[in-house]
Each structure stands twice: as C-alpha cells, then as structure tokens.
Write a protein that binds this ligand. Structure first.
Ligand code: GLA
Length: 396
C-alpha cells in the first residue's frame, strides 16, 4: 500500500465504468478524505470530554462525474464491489459498506442540504476496518461529493451530520471525534476538541523530534460494535448515580475521581461501572496534560500520559486486547520509541506510537520479528503524517 493514490488510474477506472466519464474527462472531479489516529482521549468524546486526534495521510479518494439524475453509482476498487441507490428513494440499512454512503445521503438530506447524483470510483490507502476511522472517511468523502465543490458547509457542521449518519443509520452510538478529525484535520497538527462546547484548536506536534507510527495488530474488531454501546450504557449508569449525589453532574466530564470513589463506597455504582467512570475521568485529565506536554516538547510527560492511558483502557475500561497489549509491549521495549498506546475504540485495531525518527525502522523490525510469533497475527507498521481534512483536490 502506498501513501498516495494515482489519479490517472482512478480516472481510467472511472472511464471504464461509464462511457460518459471517458467523453468528458475534464468533468471528472476528485475528493479525498483522511483517516485519523487519536493521540489521546478514548471514550471521552461520548462523555462530553476532550480528545486529541489527528487526521492522517492515509486516505480514501473518490473520482467521480456529477450527473443530472438522482442516482449514486459507486465502484470500490479495493474489493471490486459495486453498489448503487437513488437519492429520492433511499434504501434501508443492510447494504454492507454502502450503508455509509446511504446513511450520509440520508443525514445530509435531512439537514436540508441539496445533493447531486454521481458515478464514482473509490480507492483507498487507508486500511479498512482497522480502527483508523475508515467509516468516517467514507462518510465525509461521500458527503463532499454529494454536496459538490461549491457547497458552503462548515466542516464541523458536516462532521456532526456524518456522525448522525453513523449513529442513526449505521447504528453505532459513536461520538464526534472521528468525523470531526476527518473533516477538520490540519497538516502537521493534532486537534484538541472540547466535545461539550465543540470548541477546538490545533496543537502543533514536535515532528522534528518524533514520528507518528501506526502499528496495525491485524486482529478483527468484531466486538467493537456491540461492546462500544455497552460501554456507553455503563457510562450513563455512572452519570445517573453521580447525579443523585450531585445534581449538577450531567456527564462524566463533571465528575472527579473522589466522586466516583464515593459513589462506589456508598454502593450507588458497582465495581464495573466505577472502573468505567474512573477511566473516563482520568482520561479527560490526561488529554489536557498530554496536549500541554506536546506543546512544551516535554516528551517524558507525553510518554507518561500514553502509558497511563493504555493501562486505564486495559484495566478499567477493558477495551484493549492481548494483541494490542503485545504490540504496545514490543514498542515500549524498543529503544527510541517514546510513547505507545492503543488508539480508537479498541478490541483490536491499531496502536499509535511516538518514535524518534531514527528508530522508526527499528520499531518496524522489532514488530516484524516478535509480533507474529507471539500472536500468530500479521502486523502492519506505517509512519503517518497529520493531514488536512476532507475536501476536493486537483490531481497532480
Ligand atoms: C470510536 C468512536 C469515537 C470514539 C472512539 C473511542 O472511534 O467512533 O467516537 O468514541 O471510538 O475513543
């Protein structure tokens, strides 16, 4: 897999699929939409808290021709699958990968936005289903293509609309982080988002001193969908109990470690719910300290934040997995790796590593050497750069 896709290839495939595209090659337009890694702040977005993701230079691209009818025809070049639907008669859920496109069309129409039909080819340099928000990337890419180049829609608003597609059409009760990062990404920077106010600011990364490296555990994330919603219910149970102690608590954002401890001590929450709440409360604090440490270039403090985050996700929130733990262990045992933790919803997927630039190869070798023998799984290791959010581009 390469970091850039070839626009000519995309154009050729589109032409092969639809002769009108061949006739009017100049009418072929391109959108790109990045994946994301989260540097820190897991399961805090759904608790009104803070997150620190970055869009990455692994992305989904769609080459398409706009049409005057209301049909969407899509071909996936990674799997060879095709699908189509009509904007005026949207199908119900259950079309597999096409759900993301249909759901996005539904959410955009429901927001009163004007959409156009198109025929397009999707290509990806982003591993699909690996926990790097390929679904949010597809949603934002489709949204941009449906709206067209001239649509004046704020990226944050678009992120919210695509989150609605995911929540209400696809059926995962996810927060705003993924769609936000994909829509609002900034080249070379991470994004610190307050999920309560939706205020955000870029956070510069010390990229001369650290490279961002993603390690894909190659393990399936089947549990992620069902367990994700269970975690949300547990957090809601914690909020309901804490509210009885202090009516001003409306989310775990408002809770302190002492409150969680008191609620458990008084028997208002059981040990499992207490651990879930403890993770969220401590993780929120870590996002703030880690963002500040990154800006100050205090890499030892960043390493602490990552270590504590992973331990909390493993022990208290219980969303890590043996594969993720092994990947982190290998990384932190490799000289030159500054910090490592799981990223995203967990249950498989990827880790994010901050690595001295001259140690990237060493990490790659260590993973190649040790990971498969220890887990029986096939890993992938790739450096990423923080990238711009989804939008149109001119192929060079
Ligand atoms: C998934 C969700 C996000 C977020 C993370 C966990 O990626 O889509 O909203 O909750 O999990 O931090």
């Amino acid at each position: 897999m390469t970091n850039t896709l070839d626009p000519d290839r995309l154009r050729d495939r589109l032409a092969a699929m639809d002769s009108t595209a061949a006739v009017a090659a100049t009418s072929v337009e391109f959108v790109r939409s990045p994946g994301r890694v989260n540097l820190i702040g897991e399961y805090t977005d759904v608790n009104d808290g803070f997150v620190l993701p970055a869009a990455i230079d692994r992305e989904i691209r769609i080459g398409f021709v706009r049409t005057d009818d209301d049909r969407i025809v899509l071909h996936r070049s990674d799997t060879g699958d095709s699908g189509e639907f009509s904007l005026s008669d949207l199908p119900t859920r259950g079309q597999g990968w096409l759900d993301y496109a249909v759901g996005t069309a539904w959410a955009l129409s429901d927001a009163g936005l004007r959409l156009h039909g198109f025929r397009g080819v999707i290509e990806t340099s982003l591993p699909v289903g690996a926990g790097l928000s390929s679904s949010a990337a597809i949603e934002l890419a489709i949204a941009r293509a449906l709206l067209g180049r001239d649509a004046d829609v704020d990226p944050l608003q678009l992120a919210r609309i695509c989150q609605r597609a995911e929540n209400q059409f696809v059926g995962v009760q996810s927060g705003l982080m993924d769609q936000f990062a994909v829509a609002c990404g900034r080249s070379g920077e991470a994004l610190l988002l307050d999920c309560r106010s939706a205020e955000w600011r870029p956070v510069a990364l010390p990229l001369a001193e650290v490279s961002l490296v993603v390690c894909d555990t190659g393990s399936p994330r089947e549990l992620a969908k069902s367990e994700y919603n269970v975690r949300r219910e547990q957090c809601e149970a914690a909020v309901a109990a804490l509210q009885r102690m202090d009516p001003s608590v409306t989310s775990l954002r408002d809770a302190s470690p002492a409150m969680v401890q008191a609620a458990e001590g008084d028997g208002l929450i059981d040990a499992v719910v207490a651990r879930r709440a403890r993770h969220v409360v401590s993780e929120n604090a870590r996002v703030i300290t880690t963002a500040a440490a990154l800006e100050a270039g205090d890499l030892a403090a960043v390493a602490d934040g990552f270590r504590q985050s992973h331990a909390s996700l493993r022990g208290d929130f219980e969303v890590s997995s043996p594969a993720l733990d092994t990947m982190v262990e290998i990384a932190v045992g490799t000289p030159g790796v500054i910090a490592a933790r799981m990223t995203g919803a967990g249950f498989g997927g990827c880790t994010i590593n901050l690595v001295r630039p001259d140690a990237v190869e060493r990490l790659s070798e260590a993973v190649e050497r040790d990971y498969a023998t220890r887990t029986g799984l096939t890993p992938r290791v790739f450096p990423v750069m923080p990238a711009e959010g989804a939008g149109f581009f001119e192929p060079g």
